[in-house]
Design a protein around this ligand. Structure first.
Ligand code: ADP
Ligand code: ADP
Ligand code: MG
Length: 461
């Protein structure tokens, strides 16, 4: 590896995760931080830390100039962007490279191509990957959108070409709705993502979200099998598993091969994820998008394959060829991740920053808790509410679920409400146990499910 240092352009649990992976490889670590994160765990763990601005992300974690300046000042040789913030910003990747540093991720050109969800659909089609029926490119106006929707059948979705994080998606039931919703959606997308471009997709009802982890070094491309991410709220993942349950082996092979074909067709460099919707009844899968970065849920893949994805990313950025050969990647057992957020699941998931007064973390060979928490830590109100990820492994899904229940029972985060009670209830749910779920399951379940566990509510609060 030609690099000896890396700057972490992120915060929270993923910054901690990157620092640990970099240290394991013997790299010097530099953490940038906003005024709200001066006493964060990432700052404590890193070899050096550089203040880059005030709490507001726009002025710190999204401030390209300040981050590049920090890298130059500390003689960092590479920049890891984590997820969120600048991770999928092609201009940032270009600016890092223009400053003579390595970007831990694909080229700006790849991010531009795959990060634009319309261009990515086109790239997928060209690589022979089935996409969701919908518009061929961006849609100009409500009339054009309505014409496409009549062709493929309602309901449809209008989606922002530059959308992400579950935002910029609307369901449209009939042609009349386009008149009102289309201009609104476009204005919203322009404000949120700096790009008002929209496209249309058919709604795949009762689908499961299945995604494939890929790694590439520009010449060699492998997949690390798939993850199941069907438990979602507001189109954001809440609970993820690997591998997907009940996936016929022939479908798994086709799915993973299609992700590799797409990676190869663009000469992909780094870690990435190809996301699909899976219609279990028809056994059809449809490409939805590519995430050109490490994903929140990457640990479940690490648990079943034994591959350290963040270390792989750093080695690839350091110029090493892929150390993973496809024939060596195998699935061992089952893993589940629960996202623990500083939100109150009994109060419509209201974010609830505050001080962690007590922290008890389960451990053991089969349990992993990725977090930036420590006792006395004040969770700042300015950022994403993710506090940590509880990840559990088992030889079978059944064993994994049972170990997860034990681990959740042993996880105590005192002082602020968290989503731990939600996960305890999900881990005990019969439909979750049989895998009888789809991407709208959790929202329907929340209408009754959590209220029905009021005993748990009292204990939790
Ligand atoms: P994952 O599949 O890794 O969970 P998500 O889509 O949930 O990916 O995004 C991970 C993080 O990145 C979340 O904190 C999310 O809010 C943020 N994020 C992703 N895309 C965008 C975007 N286009 N704009 C703002 N935030 C985003
Ligand atoms: P983002 O970039 O915000 O992650 P995605 O395109 O990946 O957006 O979609 C996020 C989620 O929205 C999916 O996991 C799925 O639950 C739902 N979704 C997206 N497209 C469709 C579709 N065509 N039909 C049904 N659900 C969809
Ligand atoms: Mg997505």
């Amino acid at each position: 590896m030609t690099i000896r240092s890396v700057l972490v352009a992120n915060r929270g649990e993923i910054a901690v995760r990157i620092i640990r992976a970099a240290k394991a490889l013997g790299l010097r670590t530099i953490q940038v931080y906003s005024a709200a994160d001066a006493d964060s765990l990432a700052v404590r763990l890193a070899d050096e830390a550089v203040a880059i601005g005030p709490a507001a992300a726009k002025k710190s974690y999204l401030n390209i100039e300040a981050i590049i300046e920090a890298a130059q000042k500390t003689k960092a040789e590479a920049v890891h962007p984590g997820y969120g913030f600048l991770a999928e910003n092609a201009d940032f990747a270009d600016a890092v490279v223009a400053a003579g540093l390595r970007f831990v991720g694909p080229s700006g050109a790849s991010i531009r191509l795959l990060g634009d969800k319309v261009a990515a659909r086109e790239a997928a089609r060209k690589a022979g990957v089935p996409t969701v029926p919908g518009s061929d490119g961006r849609v100009a106006d409500a009339n054009a959108a309505a014409a496409i929707a009549r062709g493929i059948g309602f309901p449809v979705m209008i989606k922002a070409a530059a959308g992400g994080g579950g935002r910029g998606i609307r369901i449209i039931q009939d042609a009349a709705e386009f008149e009102r919703q289309f201009p609104q959606a476009s204005a919203e997308a322009a404000a949120a993502f700096g790009d008002g471009g929209l496209y249309v997709e058919k709604v795949i009802a009762k689908a499961r979200h299945i995604e494939v982890q890929i790694l590439g070094d520009g010449r060699n491309f492998v997949h690390c099998f798939e993850r199941e991410c069907s438990l979602q709220r507001r189109r954001q993942k809440v609970w993820e598993e690997a591998p997907a349950f009940r996936l016929p082996q022939a479908i798994r092979e086709k799915l993973c091969a299609s992700a590799v074909a797409l990676a190869r067709s663009v000469g992909y460099v780094g870690a990435g994820t190809v996301e699909y919707l899976y219609d279990e009844q028809a056994q059809d899968f449809y490409f939805i998008e590519v995430n050109t970065r490490i994903q929140v849920e990457h640990p479940v893949t690490e648990m079943i394959t034994g591959i350290d994805l963040v270390q792989e990313m750093l080695k690839i950025a350091g110029g090493d060829p892929l150390s993973v050969r496809q024939e060596d990647v195998a699935i061992a057992g089952h893993a589940i991740e629960c996202r623990i957020n500083a939100e109150d699941p009994f109060k419509d998931f209201q974010p609830w920053p505050g001080t962690v007064e007590r922290l008890v973390v389960p451990d053991g060979r089969h349990v992993r808790f990725d977090t930036m928490l420590f006792e006395g830590y004040a969770v700042p109100p300015f950022y994403d509410s993710l506090l940590g990820k509880l990840v559990v492994h088992g030889d079978t899904r059944e064993q994994c679920l049972s170990r997860l229940s034990d681990a959740l029972a042993g996880l105590e985060i005192g002082g602020i409400p968290t989503t731990v009670p939600l996960h305890r209830a999900l881990a005990a749910d019969p439909d979750v146990a049989t895998g009888n779920v789809h991407t709208r399951f959790l929202e329907k379940w929340l209408e009754t499910g959590l209220a029905a566990t009021s005993g748990e509510k009292e204990v939790a609060l």
